[in-house]
Structure formats: C-alpha cells, structure tokens
Ligand binder design. Structure first.
Ligand SMILES: Cc1ncc(COP(=O)(O)O)c(C=O)c1O
Length: 478
C-alpha cells in the first residue's frame, strides 16, 4: 500500500515501487494450471524482474527489520546451500541424516550462546538446555505456550490455563491464546515501556501456566526486567519464557562488546524456555527459529506422537509434518560461516548505526524517542500526527512500522542500515518528512486516516473485520 497524491520523493527513492497488486498489470495472472507448461527460462526471467523491483527497496536499506543481513555474497551462499539441500526433509531422518545433524547443532549452538553452559544444567543430562528448530518466531512461541499448557494440565491439573504477558509482548502470544485456549492476561507496562513486575505478581492465579517477558519487545525495543520476572515465576513454581526472537542473536554479542545488557537467558535459574530467531539477527534465510527449554521433560510436552494410526508409528517435534531441510541447512551454514567474529562485528555495526539514527530523532524537536533501546528506533510526537510522518516517510521510499497504544513508529536497525549513507538518509528524510507534515496541514496521507480511525473505533470487532477483508485482498485474483 503506497500513498497516492503529491510527489514528495527524493531523488534516492527507488524509481518503481511494487504495490501488493501491481503485478497484475505487468504479468499474466494464473487462476488455473496452464494447459501447457511454460518454459523455465521465461519463469526465471519473470521472477528476476520481480526480485529486482523488490530488492531496489529493501536492498537500499529502506525497510525496518525484514532483511537482517542482505549482502549479496551472503545471499548467494545461502542460495547455493539451499540448492544442494532442496529435497531434504527432516521428517525422513533415515534419508537425510544431514538435516538431523544441522538441526541438532543449530539448537546446541543457540543454547550455548544463550547461557546453557552457565545455567548449571549439565549437558547430556535430562536437565540440559535443549530445544528444537521451528519455522519462525511465531511458531517458537506457539510451541512454548502449548508445551506449558500441556505440562500444567498433566502435572498440576490446570484445565483453565492462563499466561501473563506484558502489553508489549508479541501478538504471537495472543495467537497462542486463541489457538490453544489459554487466557492471555495482558499487564500494562510502565512509562519506560518495560514490564511491570508488581502488576505481574498481582495477576498470578492458581491457573497461571507461564509468565512471559521479552528481550527486547518488538514495539519499542525495550528489554523487560527478565531477572525479576523470572525470579517471581520461579518463586511461585511457574514457568517463565523469555521471548528473545528479536534480540536472541544480537544481545549476547552486544554484551560482549561492552553494552549494558541485563541478564535475560538461561543464566537466570527462573528462565525455563526461550525463543530466538535464526532468521533475524542469526542471518539465516527466512523460515527458521529456535525454541529452547530447561530440561528434556518440558520439551517432551511439545512433541507429537501417535501410536495407533494405520500410517505407522508417527512422531514429529513441531507443528508441521514434512519440513524444509534446505532451510535448516542454510541456517546451519549461516551460523557456521559467520562465526563469533562475524556476529560480533555485525552487532558492532548495527548498534553504532542505531545510536546514530537515535541521535537524529533526539535532535528533532518535533519528535520524541520512545523507550531506551539498543537497536530499535521508536518515536512519536506530541505536536504532529505521527502517522502522517509515517506516510511522508513511505512517500520517500521507506517501509517503517506504524505502532499504536501509544501512537508511534519504529525502525528496527539491520546490517543494511550500516551501509554508507543509509543512516544519514534516514535522518535527512525524517527531517524533510516532519517539515512537510508541518507545512502541509491539509495533507491527509494514505494510512494516517486508517490508523486514526482504527484507534478510535470502540467496536474492535469492526476493526478486526476490516483486517480480515484486507487479508482477503491478498488472495484475490479477479
Ligand atoms: C519480540 C518478537 N517476538 C516474536 C516475533 C515473531 O517472529 P516471526 O515474525 O518470525 O514469527 C517477533 C517478530 O518481529 C518479535 O520481534
């Protein structure tokens, strides 16, 4: 969705920006299988056109998050690894022991990075820090919450499960609540956007199956007080999940670089599970994440087994049956080629670029930086409609995240923003966008009215229906 109307683009904006349905005009729309197959070259040429059009935007660092590495040689390497492994399926462990090797080692490397050795849990013993690979942050979170639900049902007889999560914890926790019939108790955060420990304590009941904290949370990049929250959970015999989907592959290196990173992982005895996304700052291809547990017993509640199906004895560790072994291979290859040195250097560059961009926001008197974050630049405005600023940034080519409650926007800094001139371009464009919004009071923008309305409609069902229709649009071909 790009705004129509006035042309406020700077000369650096990608010439053409693909909108979600703009390919209809350019390429044939298929609504049934073509009677005769198309030449492979024609398909590849068409896809190359789409790739080039899309890469013109994210490749120049215009996107928040989305592509976390982005260097062409890294992408080419992952693509070669994918090509070698494209037939692999970890469900058939006998056929592809390579996939099993890759997955077990990804889990072990991630656990080691997140304090397995310092946790006091001996490797190779039933209490060890262990886990599985999943398809992304959302799946890792869904798996962990399902695990706590089933564990609490069997061990504590809890049949009306509740989880406690700060208001800022990812939407995936609500999804887990909906899918698995767990009531999500959302606790308001403080003015620093961090979880409120006292309010969390108040929310605990006999049905609490898990408490959640983020390191950091998505909206403002703030790290919750994980030490206090996990200790609270431990003192009540409740599981604690650190959602480190976003920060799991960045914070350990930030700490080693000397940044002030409070403990958030298995070094804390109360942390009983974690999610950390390899497909974000792990620099793997999209489609992998790691979910970790303190002890194999807890992991067992994640697994699926059936002994009676005529199809045979069937078991699978995550939601999917067959899975893309090629993505596991690419993830393993990314982790082992980057190495500690590469992760440290990438973190250094990202944290420095983020500090520069944050300074650009702080220096703008019309904007207000939200939260104390290492690599998420979140800001709002007391004076201006921040969604108009967001629209004006979109017109300049940027793809930033609009947030609400309170109204603000953010940019999640990646390696693409560390390329020469990108941070400066962000600051200059932001200055120009703010000036434009101030000087053009009659300008409504494209998404600003939508956000404005969505925030004020009292019937949230109406807003949800609008979102469903929006998704319907993704699948419309006629
Ligand atoms: C803190 C946090 N948790 C969970 C997720 C969900 O990850 P995914 O989009 O890979 O499902 C995200 C995504 O940005 C996140 O930032």
């Amino acid at each position: 969705m790009t705004p129509e109307g006035e042309d406020q683009r700077s000369s650096t904006v990608p010439e053409e920006t693909a909108t979600i349905k703009s390919y209809r005009q350019r390429f044939t729309t298929y609504t049934s299988i073509p009677p005769v197959g198309r030449p492979r070259q024609a398909i590849l040429a068409e896809m190359e056109q789409m790739r080039a059009l899309e890469a013109a935007r994210w490749g120049k660092g215009y996107a928040s998050g989305a592509v976390y590495h982005g260097a062409q040689d890294h992408i080419d390497f992952l693509n070669s690894v994918y090509a070698l492994n494209s037939q692999a399926n970890p469900l058939h462990a006998d056929l592809w022991p390579s996939a099993i090797k890759f997955e077990s080692e990804i889990v072990a490397m991630t656990a080691a990075m997140l304090g397995a050795k310092e946790s006091g849990a001996e490797p190779g013993t039933p209490g060890e820090i262990c886990g599985t690979l999943s398809s992304g942050g959302t799946e890792s979170i869904l798996l962990a919450m399902k695990t706590y639900r089933d564990h609490a049902r069997e061990k504590k007889g809890i049949t009306k499960p509740e989880m406690i999560a700060p208001a800022t914890a990812h939407a995936a926790f609500d999804k887990a609540g909906q899918y698995f019939n767990i009531e999500v108790i959302r606790v308001p955060v403080g003015s620093d956007f961090a979880a409120d420990v006292a309010a969390t304590e108040q929310a605990i009941t006999g049905n609490t199956i898990a408490i959640v904290g983020s390191a950091p949370q998505f909206p403002h990049g703030v790290i919750d007080p994980i030490e206090e929250l996990s200790e609270l959970a431990r003192s009540r015999g409740i599981g604690f999940h650190t959602d480190a989907c976003l920060g799991g592959f960045l914070l350990p290196w930030a700490k080693r670089l000397g940044y002030d990173v409070p403990p958030f992982d298995f070094r804390l005895p109360g942390v009983t599970s974690m999610s950390a996304d390899t497909h974000k700052y792990g620099y793997a291809a999209k489609g992998t994440s790691v979910v970790l547990y303190r002890g194999r017993e807890l992991r067992h509640y994640q697994y699926f087994t059936t002994t009676e199906w005529p199809g045979g004895l069937y078991c699978s560790p995550t939601f999917a049956g067959s899975r893309p072994g090629a993505l596991s291979a690419a993830c393993w290859a990314a982790m082992t080629t980057i190495g500690e040195e590469g992760y440290l250097e990438s973190a250094r560059r990202i944290l420095e670029a983020a500090a520069k961009m944050k300074q650009g926001v702080v220096k703008n008197p019309d904007l207000e930086l939200f939260g104390d974050s290492l690599f998420v630049v979140a800001f709002g405005s007391k004076e201006l409609d921040i969604y108009k600023v967001l629209d004006a940034m979109t017109e300049r080519g940027w793809s930033l995240n609009g947030l609400h409650k309170p109204a603000c926007m953010h940019l999640c800094v990646t390696l693409l923003h560390t390329e020469p001139g990108v941070a400066e371009r962000f600051i200059d464009d932001l200055k120009a966008a703010v000036a434009f919004v101030k000087d053009t009071p009659d300008w409504h923008g494209a998404m600003a009215p939508v956000y404005g309305m969505a925030n004020t409609v009292p019937n949230r069902g109406v807003v949800a229906d609008g979102m469903k229709e929006y998704m319907d649009g993704w699948y419309r071909t006629a």
